[in-house]
Design a protein around this ligand. Structure first.
Ligand SMILES: *Cc1c(COP(=O)(O)O)cnc(C)c1O
Length: 219
């Protein structure tokens, strides 16, 4: 990376943080999505003081972050991609928050993995607000049942996460997620990506997951 690139990651982060502060008080936490980014970009964003990161694949995240805890004890890693039950144990060892719980089998796998590893992680339930057949997440009408099940198994469910359909305005999906969380007494709302983090902040997002607006387009 050249100095200009370094400057631009720091500058882009400043700009995103400023927009978030203008949109909501308190502003949502910026989760920097580092999937597929080169080492140099990671080094640059760590140098800005950014410590909260999102990754969507367990193995890629392990390769990148497993060795970083010593140097950065305040790292906070969020799993934001779909999780297969056979990767639950690896995920529990590496991550601090699992944002993508969407089925009872995954609840069971996480409960077992947390007991085995000796580490209890907070989780979010991923909601398929657009009820898209190909998309991960539980449909809105099934969230309460999954929440009750997860709690009955001892999982700490802090909130909800969504990825709105790409071809629709995001606002109504954020409003739906916010209403759902409120009705269930959940405080964490992971919503908003590069194209819509300001909208998400206005709808009460507590965590925005931003990749390309910080790093440029993914390669
Ligand atoms: C990749 C990804 C993001 C970040 O996307 P950008 O549009 O680059 O900000 C956010 N959330 C999830 C679940 C992702 O997979």
């Amino acid at each position: 990376m050249t100095d200009t690139d370094t400057l631009s990651i720091a500058k882009r982060r400043e700009a995103v943080l400023a927009e978030l502060s203008d949109a909501a008080t308190p502003p949502p936490v910026l989760v920097a999505v580092t999937k597929t980014q080169p080492e140099a970009a990671i080094a640059d964003i760590l140098a800005t003081g950014q410590r909260v990161f999102g990754e969507n694949r367990v193995q890629e995240a392990e390769a990148r972050w497993a060795g970083c805890r010593g140097a950065y004890p305040d790292l906070e890693l969020h799993l934001i991609g779909p999780l297969q039950t056979n990767k639950a144990e690896d995920a529990v060892r590496l991550f601090d928050v699992i944002e993508t719980v969407d089925r009872p089998k995954l609840v069971d796998a996480l409960v077992k993995a947390m007991a085995k590893v000796g580490r209890a992680l907070p989780v979010l339930i991923q909601v398929n607000t657009g009820e898209e057949p190909q998309k991960a997440g539980v449909v809105p009408s099934d969230v309460q049942e999954l929440l009750q099940y997860a709690r009955s198994r001892g999982l700490e469910v802090q909130g909800l996460m969504c990825i709105p359909p790409v071809d629709e305005p995001a606002g109504p999906h954020f409003a739906l997620l916010a209403d759902l969380a409120k009705s269930l007494g959940l405080s964490v709302l992971s919503m908003g990506m590069s194209s819509d983090y300001v909208t998400a902040a206005r709808f009460g997002s507590t965590h925005v997951r931003v990749g390309s607006a910080l790093f440029g387009a993914r390669i």
